[in-house]
Design a protein. Structure first.
Lengths: 435, 435
């Protein structure tokens, strides 16, 4: 090892592992060997983007001969369209000046965490959580605390049979003088839970009583199958933090949003940070370091308010079918030791399940890529996400989630059926081998 | 002020101002009043992008019905094309596995600073510097030190008439046990200086002797008018850090690069971090939090190795003409107290100049947007960048650079002539008013 290699920063050296993308390079190599790898590891929907979106980019480019910087806030045309989309399609009163365009919700999250916490301040979140919350807090030296949720409660923050008072007391007991914010996703990544108005009110009450920020990650709001709110033209969305927080308390709320999941535009890296006016100048100074969000992605989605609601409805219906199918297959694996929540998750496109028998999900997911195709004599396998991977995971406590797997049902039904059959036989084979 | 407003983080509250974009909203408002604002504040070239680039995006989209995530490393096709571009067009032996695609050089810089410094470690840089270096270090709690350069030396790090030994001693004296890296841009933003091989060797020697990383920002390398290196087909580029660092010391080097300036693709947010293999796994964990670089930008530039060298040559010639024109106009303002470096800057598209008479450049640049159009009876003005703005600037010491302005000659010659006339009369008017 050369002398300079010792000079890498400790923070880089100890960066949390990414359980979702950690096996990406391995999967790439396996694919190169001619093995078909069905990617159910990452939340990348395969449903088509609206035709208008794909066409807008070309239109955007045909109007210019080069691609200039835009404003750090994001383009005003997009911010206005997004505001109309919120108001007219979703019933959320959000003004253009409260919307900053970001490089996906990931950047929105970074800006949010940076702006509301100092080093050693704390953010709390329902666990299991989206691992990038932890990584982002790690990156900015922010402490991370968890509100435990359980598979038997469908990962809801109010437990089965629990009173509101008891849930409040349980969550409040986690708040310290260092706590600055609560962050959560609903519909949830990785649990698929859609929080009810009652649950959102509970989070708001804790935040109000302890003067905390609320960081609501609502990127999956249009993928809600149960427990949603109907607004116009039959469009169903998850309850939003803006449904329960009065205007006078809006300054407490930062909302992460994105066009990634709603229109299958993950690679366009176009997201949004919705925030109160008082935060805007400070967040903008930080955001201005990256100049502007990419203009091509912005050009693509600047007609978001014009997308026919039927597009979203169709996606919802398609995803609901897949959810039911995947959930049924996983439930049927009870005989081989698999546990899922008692009811299908209400939204997003994830289902967490437990392999049981203290099986290492990380080893199993890796084995599925490396050994399974060879041993099964099949040239197909499935790429899944272990909920614990080295120093990273969906749980803070490194001893938790070790036997859990997250599946993203982001392929069409026939491929999902195939994938679920593979998963079933892989679990059986792995358990036999393990003994 | 509501109780939550006091809870904003100190780091957000004290974030350095952005002198380049700080007046952006004001300029937007002025434009809305019907005033023509010539934007010479930001390094956004107006020369056309190669036709192939504009067409590639549409081709990319026509091949798919939605936009999926790509790998966190960036697309292999682009990394391979970029490597061929370096090797075949620029004579730089850089392999695809040492290239990570980033959201512009800005993200490359963030990843670099994070990976080589712990909080309170220090990075040093020639001053005046690109303000985003300071902001990035601020963001990651990294200290920032400067190597002073002077207008009379054309802002070179080896001063006029200085021996190599003296320059080495001067720079070395700035290195402390906390110093982890030297960062610089060449061609330089904001000075336009192109460092000679001798200067790069000097930086390398300091780094080698003190076990430091070298963070070379080479985004302007193809905008080199004097002091460049010819490689193939007449293409001229600035000397690169890779010209002077032997293979055995490559692990010390991180290079920031971008397609923004080289092909007028600023808004495409497609940049590169070139780094040694030992750093890749750690940087990737960090980068994986943002999933992947935007796929549209990547799709656009994945044929970079196929661009006809004549394209770059033509740009170079055009920019050289503008440089000469702008420099001449600024030199001619000696009679109204303006100072520029004794020779025209060798590269990039910036010229710093001093207004003299302790005039506040910040006030002047603001006044040009607000008062000048009204007072001059003209409906045109010029947007310039003050080199000191509140808590931000191109100098670390807040007392320095106050009367300095950076001009970016990013408009065609006829508009530049018009702009320079406006600048001249504005300076005269402002000085008269000021007295």
């Amino acid at each position: 090892m050369s002398e300079i290699e010792h000079r890498i920063s400790k923070r880089a050296l100890n960066f949390p592992d990414n359980p979702i993308r950690g096996l990406e390079i391995l999967a790439f190599e396996v694919r190169n060997k001619g093995i078909k790898v069905i990617p159910l590891n990452i939340g990348a929907p395969d449903t088509p983007s609206p035709r208008e979106v794909m066409v807008s980019v070309s239109a955007y480019l045909s109007e210019r001969d080069h691609v200039e910087y835009g404003p750090s806030t994001g383009n005003i045309k997009l911010r206005e369209a997004r505001s109309r989309f919120y108001k007219d399609k979703l019933g959320l009163e959000i003004e253009p000046e409260n919307i900053l365009v970001t490089a996906g919700a990931s950047e929105a999250m970074e800006l949010a965490v940076y702006s509301v916490t100092n080093p050693d301040d704390e953010v709390i979140t329902p666990e299991p959580f989206f691992p990038n919350y932890l990584s982002t807090c790690y990156k900015y030296d922010t402490k991370f605390g968890v509100i435990q949720t359980r598979i038997e409660d469908g990962f809801h923050i109010i437990r089965e049979g629990e009173t509101l008072q008891a849930a409040y007391a349980r969550i409040e007991s986690l708040v310290s003088t260092k706590t600055k914010a609560i962050i959560w996703s609903s519909p949830s990544n990785p649990t698929g839970a859609v929080y009810s108005n009652e649950e959102l009110e509970l989070l708001f009450k804790v935040a109000k009583d302890h003067n905390l920020f609320l960081i609501a990650d609502e990127v999956y709001r249009l993928l809600t199958f149960d427990g949603g709110v109907s607004y116009k033209e039959g469009l169903v969305r998850a309850p939003s933090i803006y449904d329960v927080v009065p205007q006078s308390d809006r300054s407490r709320v930062l909302c992460l949003d994105s066009s990634s999941k709603e229109i299958s535009f993950c690679g366009g890296r176009t997201g949004y940070l919705i925030l109160d006016q008082f935060l805007v100048p400070y967040v903008l100074k930080n955001a201005s370091v990256r100049a502007c969000p990419n203009m091509l992605g912005q050009g693509a989605v600047e007609g978001i308010d014009q997308i026919d609601p039927k597009y979203f409805l169709k996606n919802q219906q398609e995803l609901k079918l897949r959810r039911d199918l995947t959930y049924k297959h996983l439930s049927d694996m009870k005989d081989i030791g698999v546990t899922v929540s008692p009811k299908p998750p209400e939204g997003a496109f994830y289902i967490p399940f437990d392999l049981g028998d203290e099986i290492s999900a990380e080893n199993f997911c890796r084995w599925m890529l490396t050994d399974f195709p060879r041993k099964s004599g099949s040239n197909k396998t499935v790429f899944l996400t272990p909920m614990r991977s080295g120093k990273g995971g969906f749980y803070l406590d490194e001893t938790k989630g070790k036997s859990q797997v997250r599946i993203a049902y982001v392929r069409e039904s026939s491929e999902l059926v195939e994938a679920m059959d593979i998963v079933r036989s892989a679990i059986i084979a792995y358990k036999n081998e393990d003994q």
